[in-house]
Design a protein around this ligand. Structure first.
Ligand code: URA
Length: 261
Protein backbone atom coordinates (compact mmCIF):
# COMPACT_ATOMS: atom_id res chain seq x y z
CA UNK A 1 0.00 0.00 0.00
CA UNK A 2 1.44 3.39 -0.93
CA UNK A 3 0.76 6.41 1.22
CA UNK A 4 1.13 10.13 0.65
CA UNK A 5 3.59 11.70 3.14
CA UNK A 6 0.67 13.61 4.70
CA UNK A 7 -1.30 10.33 5.29
CA UNK A 8 1.83 8.65 6.64
CA UNK A 9 2.34 11.38 9.26
CA UNK A 10 -1.36 11.36 10.20
CA UNK A 11 -1.30 7.55 10.62
CA UNK A 12 1.86 7.80 12.73
CA UNK A 13 0.32 10.49 14.95
CA UNK A 14 -2.82 8.34 15.44
CA UNK A 15 -0.70 5.34 16.37
CA UNK A 16 1.29 7.40 18.91
CA UNK A 17 -2.00 8.62 20.37
CA UNK A 18 -3.29 5.03 20.79
CA UNK A 19 -0.04 3.96 22.47
CA UNK A 20 -0.44 6.88 24.86
CA UNK A 21 -3.99 5.69 25.63
CA UNK A 22 -2.58 2.32 26.62
CA UNK A 23 -2.91 0.16 23.48
CA UNK A 24 -0.03 -2.29 23.84
CA UNK A 25 -0.55 -4.71 20.95
CA UNK A 26 -2.14 -5.02 17.51
CA UNK A 27 -4.89 -7.63 17.43
CA UNK A 28 -5.75 -7.58 13.75
CA UNK A 29 -4.08 -6.86 10.42
CA UNK A 30 -6.94 -4.58 9.36
CA UNK A 31 -8.07 -1.59 11.41
CA UNK A 32 -11.62 -1.47 12.80
CA UNK A 33 -13.44 1.84 13.09
CA UNK A 34 -14.93 1.44 16.58
CA UNK A 35 -16.63 4.84 16.31
CA UNK A 36 -18.69 3.48 13.44
CA UNK A 37 -19.92 0.51 15.48
CA UNK A 38 -23.13 0.68 17.41
CA UNK A 39 -22.79 0.26 21.17
CA UNK A 40 -24.38 -2.95 22.46
CA UNK A 41 -27.77 -1.90 23.79
CA UNK A 42 -28.91 -3.06 27.25
CA UNK A 43 -31.70 -4.96 25.52
CA UNK A 44 -31.08 -6.86 22.29
CA UNK A 45 -33.66 -7.29 19.60
CA UNK A 46 -34.37 -10.92 18.93
CA UNK A 47 -36.84 -12.53 16.64
CA UNK A 48 -39.06 -14.84 18.64
CA UNK A 49 -41.86 -17.05 17.57
CA UNK A 50 -44.98 -16.39 19.63
CA UNK A 51 -47.48 -19.11 20.48
CA UNK A 52 -49.72 -17.67 17.82
CA UNK A 53 -46.85 -18.67 15.45
CA UNK A 54 -46.66 -15.02 14.38
CA UNK A 55 -43.02 -13.87 14.10
CA UNK A 56 -42.44 -10.61 16.01
CA UNK A 57 -39.43 -8.56 17.09
CA UNK A 58 -39.30 -8.08 20.81
CA UNK A 59 -36.61 -6.89 23.23
CA UNK A 60 -34.81 -9.61 25.21
CA UNK A 61 -33.31 -8.87 28.61
CA UNK A 62 -29.61 -9.85 28.37
CA UNK A 63 -29.39 -11.13 31.96
CA UNK A 64 -32.52 -13.21 31.47
CA UNK A 65 -31.04 -14.52 28.22
CA UNK A 66 -27.82 -15.49 30.05
CA UNK A 67 -29.83 -17.27 32.74
CA UNK A 68 -31.92 -19.09 30.12
CA UNK A 69 -28.88 -20.24 28.14
CA UNK A 70 -27.05 -21.38 31.27
CA UNK A 71 -30.04 -23.29 32.64
CA UNK A 72 -30.57 -24.99 29.27
CA UNK A 73 -27.00 -26.33 29.13
CA UNK A 74 -27.18 -30.02 30.00
CA UNK A 75 -23.43 -30.69 30.16
CA UNK A 76 -20.08 -28.91 30.06
CA UNK A 77 -19.79 -29.00 26.28
CA UNK A 78 -23.25 -27.47 25.95
CA UNK A 79 -22.30 -24.79 28.47
CA UNK A 80 -19.11 -24.00 26.56
CA UNK A 81 -21.13 -23.73 23.33
CA UNK A 82 -23.72 -21.52 25.05
CA UNK A 83 -20.98 -19.17 26.26
CA UNK A 84 -19.33 -19.08 22.86
CA UNK A 85 -22.67 -18.17 21.31
CA UNK A 86 -23.59 -15.51 23.89
CA UNK A 87 -23.10 -12.00 22.53
CA UNK A 88 -24.48 -9.99 25.46
CA UNK A 89 -21.11 -9.14 27.02
CA UNK A 90 -19.08 -6.49 25.19
CA UNK A 91 -15.78 -8.00 26.44
CA UNK A 92 -16.19 -10.82 23.96
CA UNK A 93 -15.70 -8.46 21.04
CA UNK A 94 -12.18 -7.56 22.15
CA UNK A 95 -11.16 -11.10 23.09
CA UNK A 96 -9.32 -13.61 20.94
CA UNK A 97 -10.72 -16.66 22.73
CA UNK A 98 -13.50 -17.68 25.07
CA UNK A 99 -11.53 -19.09 27.99
CA UNK A 100 -13.75 -21.82 29.36
CA UNK A 101 -11.73 -24.09 31.64
CA UNK A 102 -8.75 -26.34 32.15
CA UNK A 103 -8.07 -29.43 34.23
CA UNK A 104 -10.04 -32.52 35.10
CA UNK A 105 -13.85 -32.07 35.40
CA UNK A 106 -13.93 -35.07 37.75
CA UNK A 107 -11.66 -33.26 40.24
CA UNK A 108 -12.78 -32.76 43.82
CA UNK A 109 -11.47 -29.18 43.78
CA UNK A 110 -12.86 -26.49 41.47
CA UNK A 111 -10.79 -23.31 41.30
CA UNK A 112 -12.42 -20.03 40.30
CA UNK A 113 -10.25 -17.09 39.25
CA UNK A 114 -11.07 -13.65 37.96
CA UNK A 115 -10.67 -13.35 34.20
CA UNK A 116 -8.18 -14.26 31.48
CA UNK A 117 -5.09 -12.12 31.05
CA UNK A 118 -3.04 -11.71 27.89
CA UNK A 119 -1.52 -15.21 27.83
CA UNK A 120 -4.83 -16.89 28.64
CA UNK A 121 -6.60 -14.86 25.94
CA UNK A 122 -4.05 -16.00 23.37
CA UNK A 123 -4.00 -19.67 24.36
CA UNK A 124 -7.66 -20.04 25.40
CA UNK A 125 -6.86 -21.61 28.79
CA UNK A 126 -7.11 -20.15 32.30
CA UNK A 127 -4.11 -19.43 34.53
CA UNK A 128 -1.20 -20.14 32.23
CA UNK A 129 0.77 -16.89 32.59
CA UNK A 130 3.04 -15.99 35.53
CA UNK A 131 0.28 -16.11 38.13
CA UNK A 132 -0.91 -19.46 36.74
CA UNK A 133 2.59 -20.85 37.13
CA UNK A 134 2.63 -19.77 40.77
CA UNK A 135 -0.85 -21.27 41.23
CA UNK A 136 0.43 -24.58 39.86
CA UNK A 137 3.33 -24.51 42.34
CA UNK A 138 0.99 -23.74 45.23
CA UNK A 139 -1.25 -26.64 44.26
CA UNK A 140 1.70 -28.99 43.80
CA UNK A 141 2.75 -28.21 47.38
CA UNK A 142 -0.42 -29.96 48.57
CA UNK A 143 -0.31 -32.76 46.01
CA UNK A 144 -2.71 -31.32 43.42
CA UNK A 145 -2.22 -30.95 39.64
CA UNK A 146 -4.58 -29.55 37.05
CA UNK A 147 -4.16 -32.45 34.64
CA UNK A 148 -3.93 -35.37 37.04
CA UNK A 149 -6.06 -38.30 35.88
CA UNK A 150 -6.93 -39.37 39.41
CA UNK A 151 -9.77 -37.18 40.68
CA UNK A 152 -8.20 -37.01 44.18
CA UNK A 153 -5.06 -35.35 42.80
CA UNK A 154 -6.72 -33.18 40.17
CA UNK A 155 -8.18 -29.69 40.01
CA UNK A 156 -10.57 -28.08 37.56
CA UNK A 157 -10.10 -24.37 36.80
CA UNK A 158 -12.33 -21.64 35.44
CA UNK A 159 -12.86 -17.87 35.86
CA UNK A 160 -15.73 -15.53 36.71
CA UNK A 161 -15.35 -13.98 33.23
CA UNK A 162 -14.44 -16.02 30.15
CA UNK A 163 -13.16 -12.97 28.20
CA UNK A 164 -10.15 -10.77 28.86
CA UNK A 165 -11.01 -7.25 30.06
CA UNK A 166 -9.09 -4.56 28.15
CA UNK A 167 -5.69 -3.75 29.67
CA UNK A 168 -6.46 -6.41 32.32
CA UNK A 169 -8.68 -3.94 34.16
CA UNK A 170 -10.83 -5.24 37.03
CA UNK A 171 -14.11 -6.86 35.96
CA UNK A 172 -17.06 -4.47 36.26
CA UNK A 173 -20.00 -5.28 38.55
CA UNK A 174 -22.32 -5.47 35.51
CA UNK A 175 -20.02 -7.94 33.77
CA UNK A 176 -19.73 -10.18 36.84
CA UNK A 177 -23.50 -10.11 37.39
CA UNK A 178 -24.24 -10.84 33.74
CA UNK A 179 -21.92 -13.85 33.62
CA UNK A 180 -22.84 -15.26 37.04
CA UNK A 181 -25.62 -17.60 35.77
CA UNK A 182 -23.04 -19.32 33.54
CA UNK A 183 -20.65 -19.65 36.47
CA UNK A 184 -23.32 -21.08 38.79
CA UNK A 185 -24.33 -23.59 36.12
CA UNK A 186 -20.66 -24.46 35.61
CA UNK A 187 -20.36 -25.27 39.34
CA UNK A 188 -23.61 -27.24 39.23
CA UNK A 189 -22.37 -29.37 36.33
CA UNK A 190 -18.90 -30.06 37.79
CA UNK A 191 -20.31 -30.79 41.27
CA UNK A 192 -16.98 -30.28 43.06
CA UNK A 193 -16.49 -31.30 46.65
CA UNK A 194 -14.73 -28.00 47.42
CA UNK A 195 -14.45 -24.57 45.79
CA UNK A 196 -11.27 -22.49 45.91
CA UNK A 197 -12.10 -18.82 45.27
CA UNK A 198 -8.97 -17.12 44.02
CA UNK A 199 -8.83 -13.35 44.57
CA UNK A 200 -11.37 -10.64 45.29
CA UNK A 201 -13.65 -10.69 42.22
CA UNK A 202 -14.21 -14.43 42.51
CA UNK A 203 -14.74 -14.36 46.29
CA UNK A 204 -17.01 -11.33 46.19
CA UNK A 205 -19.12 -12.58 43.29
CA UNK A 206 -19.72 -16.01 44.77
CA UNK A 207 -19.96 -15.04 48.45
CA UNK A 208 -22.10 -11.99 47.57
CA UNK A 209 -20.13 -9.58 49.70
CA UNK A 210 -18.02 -6.42 49.36
CA UNK A 211 -15.39 -7.77 51.76
CA UNK A 212 -11.98 -8.62 50.36
CA UNK A 213 -9.93 -11.80 50.70
CA UNK A 214 -8.06 -10.38 53.72
CA UNK A 215 -11.34 -10.55 55.66
CA UNK A 216 -12.78 -13.64 53.99
CA UNK A 217 -9.77 -15.97 54.07
CA UNK A 218 -9.00 -18.47 56.82
CA UNK A 219 -12.53 -19.82 57.19
CA UNK A 220 -14.93 -22.01 55.26
CA UNK A 221 -17.93 -20.46 53.51
CA UNK A 222 -20.65 -22.10 51.44
CA UNK A 223 -21.59 -21.48 47.81
CA UNK A 224 -24.71 -23.34 46.68
CA UNK A 225 -24.16 -25.73 49.57
CA UNK A 226 -20.51 -26.44 48.61
CA UNK A 227 -17.69 -25.62 51.08
CA UNK A 228 -15.71 -22.68 49.67
CA UNK A 229 -12.36 -21.24 50.70
CA UNK A 230 -11.20 -17.78 49.69
CA UNK A 231 -7.48 -17.34 48.99
CA UNK A 232 -5.17 -14.51 47.83
CA UNK A 233 -4.73 -14.30 44.07
CA UNK A 234 -1.29 -15.51 42.93
CA UNK A 235 -0.82 -12.21 41.04
CA UNK A 236 -1.15 -10.46 44.42
CA UNK A 237 1.27 -12.93 46.01
CA UNK A 238 3.80 -12.12 43.27
CA UNK A 239 3.51 -8.44 44.21
CA UNK A 240 3.36 -8.99 47.99
CA UNK A 241 5.36 -12.16 48.73
CA UNK A 242 4.97 -11.62 52.50
CA UNK A 243 1.35 -12.78 52.07
CA UNK A 244 2.48 -16.23 50.93
CA UNK A 245 2.59 -17.29 54.56
CA UNK A 246 -1.21 -16.78 54.90
CA UNK A 247 -1.80 -18.41 51.51
CA UNK A 248 0.15 -21.44 52.72
CA UNK A 249 -2.04 -21.65 55.83
CA UNK A 250 -5.11 -21.56 53.57
CA UNK A 251 -3.71 -24.31 51.35
CA UNK A 252 -3.18 -26.46 54.42
CA UNK A 253 -6.82 -25.86 55.41
CA UNK A 254 -7.80 -27.11 51.96
CA UNK A 255 -5.57 -30.18 52.28
CA UNK A 256 -7.02 -31.02 55.70
CA UNK A 257 -10.54 -30.81 54.28
CA UNK A 258 -9.61 -33.10 51.38
CA UNK A 259 -7.85 -35.56 53.69
CA UNK A 260 -11.04 -35.74 55.79
CA UNK A 261 -12.73 -37.00 52.61
N1 URA B 1 -5.84 -14.46 36.54
C1 URA B 1 -7.04 -15.05 36.70
O1 URA B 1 -7.75 -14.74 37.65
N2 URA B 1 -7.41 -15.97 35.82
C2 URA B 1 -6.65 -16.33 34.79
O2 URA B 1 -7.06 -17.19 34.03
C3 URA B 1 -5.40 -15.71 34.65
C4 URA B 1 -5.00 -14.78 35.53
Amino acid sequence: MTMEPQEYHEALAQLAWQVELGADEAIGAVGVDRYAEKLIPKKVEKTVEKQSSKVVDEPVDISAEAARLAAGSGDLEALRAALEGFDGCALKRGARNTVFSDGNPAARVMIIGEAPGRDEDIQGKPFIGKSGQLLDKMLAAIGLRRNAEAAEEAVYITNVLPWRPPQNRDPLDDEKAMMKPFLMRHIELVKPQVLLLVGNPSSQTLLETDQGVTRLRGKWHKVAGIPALSIFHPAYLLRVPAKKREAWADLLMLKTKLDEG
